[in-house]
Design a binder for this molecule. Structure first.
Ligand code: ATP
Length: 287
């Protein structure tokens, strides 16, 4: 049995460029994985099929879990697949704009490809991942990246400063589809810089076209943003479709001090996490 960490992500910027006829949106996003993880135990068994146990939260039953779907998709590539048992320990808040489900899916794909020596090239794995969700290809590679198209066309960044994030969720779960359904205004793509040396340069880029639609659905987001500003945060943004906000900080000390100053309302969720740079896509859990 092997244990892996599936990292969450934040969107440093998210521009919605247009809506396609199939309902998907053309996007231009800058994404970074962060040091907040689900834990996934994966074991090959003598049986058949995929068995999933979820520890910590209730997730959709009946084969809808992205970790389980990812395992089935990978086993479908084999002529004589083994059984797989997965135990998922959720630590990333669900439906929070932090990409937990997509990250779980990517981790299962990468882990099973490795454990079973499946001869799938990276592009083939990306195509499989895209069938599970638009953010899955991002999690199949290790770099912060610009994500274009519906999120599947990736342009990795090699240079990014060591940022830290204070994450605050006002205890609201938001459906990604519902938030996109509220988008009325589209923006143009920003200049895509590939190298940043200072956190302040990233702060100048923060933008999320989903923030106003998400706030319309969950007014508590505005209260959480106000709390972050009152605690001294300067660069605050909604991640993805929310409802998690992040404050961008240039050091761990600054992030922890900001978190300590926050006045939390009941039910709010708070975490401090570092931005991941040059960290492999598949992350075994530390021994
Ligand atoms: P998105 O990646 O669509 O922006 P998100 O980051 O806001 O989503 P997730 O936590 O990935 O939120 O959950 C999105 C939906 O997927 C939820 O409705 C949840 O029930 C479902 N889901 C399926 N499998 C998982 C999983 N392994 N972890 C979390 N959510 C899952």
């Amino acid at each position: 049995m092997a244990i892996y960490r599936a990292a969450a992500k934040v969107n440093l910027c998210l521009h919605v460029l247009s809506r396609q006829a199939d309902g998907y949106h053309q996007l231009c996003m800058l994404m970074q994985r962060i040091g907040l993880y689900d834990l996934i135990e994966i074991e090959l068994t003598a049986g058949s099929g995929v068995e999933l146990e979820c520890a910590g939260v209730v997730l959709p039953p009946g084969g809808c879990n992205l970790a389980e779907r990812a395992a089935r998709l990978l086993l479908d590539q084999l002529s004589d697949p083994p059984g797989v048992r997965i135990v998922l320990h959720k630590r990333i808040p669900v439906a929070a704009g932090l990409g937990g489900g997509s990250s779980d899916a990517a981790t299962v794909l990468l882990a099973l490809r490795q454990q079973l020596n499946v001869p799938l090239a990276q592009e083939q794995l990306m195509a499989l991942g895209l069938r599970l969700g638009a953010d899955v290809p991002f999690f199949l590679q290790g770099q912060p990246a610009w994500a274009l198209g519906i999120g599947e066309r990736l342009q990795p960044l090699r240079g990014l400063p060591n940022c830290w994030y204070v994450l605050l969720n006002p205890g609201v779960a938001l459906s990604t589809a519902q938030v996109y359904g509220q988008v009325r205004h589209y923006s143009t793509a920003p200049m895509r810089r590939l190298h940043f040396t200072r956190t302040a340069e990233l702060a100048g880029l923060l933008h999320n076209d989903l923030q106003l639609p998400a706030q319309g659905l969950a007014p508590a987001i505005e209260q959480a943003a106000a709390a972050l500003h009152a605690a001294g945060a300067e660069a605050v943004l909604l991640s993805g479709s929310g409802a998690t906000l992040f404050a961008l900080c240039d050091s761990e000390v600054a992030a922890r001090q900001l978190a300590a100053r926050l006045a939390l309302a009941p039910g709010w969720w708070l975490a401090v996490a570092e931005g991941l740079v040059d960290v492999p896509a598949l992350l075994p859990a530390p021994a």
